[in-house]
Design a protein around this ligand. Structure first.
Ligand SMILES: [Zn+2]
Length: 94
């Protein structure tokens, strides 16, 4: 089947589009993995400093329920919520 010049360009743009989407997906995934590794490293440091299980903001113990669900949690539930409210919205990060 012969492509017209226009169809060729459209096909090329389509390919570039999917490639771009795939790359940004990989980038997001890569960032998620990096953040995960960072939070594990931070938790290991807190174990070494014997402060594991203490909130890094208020120094109060993090609930066992929270730690069993999220062992790398650096903050208690209340401080985590406050922390997330202070973060800029994702749309503003770019
Ligand atoms: Zn706290």
């Amino acid at each position: 089947m012969l492509y017209s010049q226009q169809q060729k360009w459209l096909h090329l743009l389509e390919l570039m589009g999917t490639d771009h989407v795939r790359n940004s997906w990989q980038e997001r995934k890569y960032k998620q993995i990096q953040e995960r590794i960072y939070s594990i490293q931070q938790a290991l440091q807190r174990i070494e400093r014997l402060s594991f299980g203490e909130c890094i903001e208020c120094n109060q113990p993090i609930s066992l329920q929270r730690l069993s669900r999220l062992p790398t949690a650096p903050r208690c539930f209340d401080c985590q919520q406050k922390h997330e409210q202070q973060l800029p919205a994702v749309s503003q990060l770019k």
